[in-house]
Design a protein around this ligand. Structure first.
Ligand code: ZN
Length: 487
């Protein structure tokens, strides 16, 4: 009897699941027809090529910075965008950062800011020859524009400038003040956003609070998982970015001659420390943004995976258990621990007196550097360790998604391709956007460029490039964004 009841219950459960999956349909918005937008895509391509020819490389050591190149880049912007330089006020901040102010007609409205960074990472020594086209030639082969900064992020900067120049040529006058904030050392880890922070302090000094900020960080990602999720585009809008902390963990031991070693040298003990850290990962959790991403993507999947996705609330413990073993998914669910460097004694026949490891943590919003230190002290059994923070940047709070700026970005992104799946997203890397958080609650990270995983992977690497085709759409995006947000 009990067997029959169980079987009946199971059959009912399967039936409910099948019906739910069948009704679990895309919420994908219709691709909204946009009024056509005047855009000079050819000029944008030409200007991006020229922008790449200025090697605006940033270095951690300010003495290594070639500010002259940055100043020549500024002169290039000035002669390429004459209307912008007539109508907007331009200020040079912290040697090479730029702050433009396009004054709005309504002083009561809080200004908006469009961010970009002028700097690029260096080309790794010895890899120059591996480039199909030289990294600072700014070559356009008709399909791609090649060079350092093509995708990170002179493309974005140039398209913002093109949008402003075109809007001015059409006689547009913003009601809300528009700031363009172009830092010069975003790529330098540990610069603490010197350029961006200086721009923020300039704004803060004037009593300005920004209504919204848009910067790089999210993009339009084509998705094609055969048999599961086909021919879709994921528009990820960054609403937060993970924190960053480098910790050095050190053990002091007696050292001495390696011919009479103890059972474990300091470095040997350190191996246990590493094991403790790797075995005790931070707890994985499905935050609302991830549940939403599963929901949005799940609805577009084929029937079987859709059955799983539509029950993700029920299956959450199972999903977490599976996903936390996939690094690309795990990093969206928990703060990560990566042991990256180790050192012992200076010679092969010397026992280490000071053994140390460096561990890089990327924290989820809500987990602070202090929490990480507590975690280390809790999970490492060896209580002799010395723990020191080398570098840190706290995680960003989540920006709200019920704001006009978010809705505008979402609407415009949905109009950029067919079958767009739109999802707020957690950005893994660091951007300049976080430095504006003290003066803005609505900080969004989105670059309106369609970029495959392969293309995104060439940022900071050899053969960085961007498809020429998308430039016009990106200019149109920024024109529409400014018109919507600053009118
Ligand atoms: Zn960047």
């Amino acid at each position: 009897m009990i067997g029959w009841i169980l079987l009946g219950a199971l059959a009912l459960l399967v039936l409910i699941t099948v019906v739910r999956a069948a009704r679990f349909k895309p919420t994908a918005r219709e691709r909204e027809a946009q009024p056509s937008e005047k855009v000079d895509a050819e000029r944008a391509a030409r200007h991006l090529c020229e922008a790449i020819t200025y090697p605006t490389v940033s270095y951690p050591d300010p003495a290594q910075m070639d500010f002259d190149t940055f100043h020549r880049f500024h002169a290039f912007l000035e002669h390429s965008y004459p209307l912008t330089h007539q109508a907007l006020q331009r200020e040079l901040i912290a040697e090479a950062s730029l702050l433009y102010t396009w004054r709005g007609t309504n002083k009561k409205l809080a200004p908006i800011a469009l961010l970009s960074h002028q700097d690029v990472v260096p080309v790794s020594e010895g890899t120059e020859k591996a480039w199909t086209h030289p990294p600072f030639a700014g070559h356009n082969d008709g399909a791609f524009i090649w060079g350092r900064g093509a995708i990170d992020m002179k493309n974005h900067l140039i398209c913002v400038m093109e949008a402003v120049e075109t809007l001015l040529s059409e006689g547009f006058a913003p009601a809300r003040t528009v700031h363009l904030c172009f830092g010069h050392n975003e790529e330098v880890v540990g610069s603490e956003g010197a350029g961006a922070a200086a721009i923020r302090e300039t704004l803060r000094g004037r009593g300005i609070r920004l209504e919204s900020v848009i910067d790089e960080g999210g993009a339009m990602l084509p998705v094609h998982l055969k048999g599961i999720l086909e021919h879709r585009t994921l528009a990820g809008i960054g609403i937060s970015e993970k924190g960053y902390a480098d910790f050095e963990i050190t053990l002091h031991r007696k050292g001495g001659h390696s011919s009479q070693p103890p059972k474990h040298s300091g470095l040997g003990e350190m191996a246990e420390v590493i094991r403790d850290l790797e075995r005790h990962q931070f707890k994985a959790k499905m935050l609302p943004f991830l549940r939403n991403l599963l929901d949005v993507a799940g609805r577009c999947m084929s029937f079987l995976p859709r059955m799983v996705a539509c029950n993700h609330m029920l299956l959450r413990p199972l999903l977490v258990a599976v996903l936390k073993n996939i690094p690309a998914a795990a990093c969206l669910m928990r703060s990560t621990t990566a042991v990256t460097m180790a050192s012992g004694s200076p010679a092969a026949n010397v026992l280490p007196q000071n053994s140390s490891v460096t561990v890089n943590f990327r924290m989820m919003p809500g987990v602070t550097t202090a929490d990480v230190e507590k975690h280390i002290r809790k999970v490492v059994r060896n209580k002799d360790i010395e723990v020191r923070v080398l570098k840190k940047k706290e995680a960003s709070p989540f920006s709200p998604t019920d704001t006009t700026a978010f809705r505008t970005i979402a609407r415009l992104a949905s109009g950029m391709a067919e079958g767009v799946m739109l999802a707020p997203y957690l950005v893994m890397g660091g951007t300049d956007a976080c430095f504006y958080e003290p003066i803005c609650k609505n900080v969004y990270r989105f670059s309106p460029f369609l970029a495959s995983v392969e293309l995104l992977g060439c940022a900071h690497a050899t053969n960085e490039r961007i498809p020429v085709q998308g430039l016009g759409d990106a200019v149109a995006f920024f024109k529409r964004y400014i018109r919507a947000e600053a009118s």
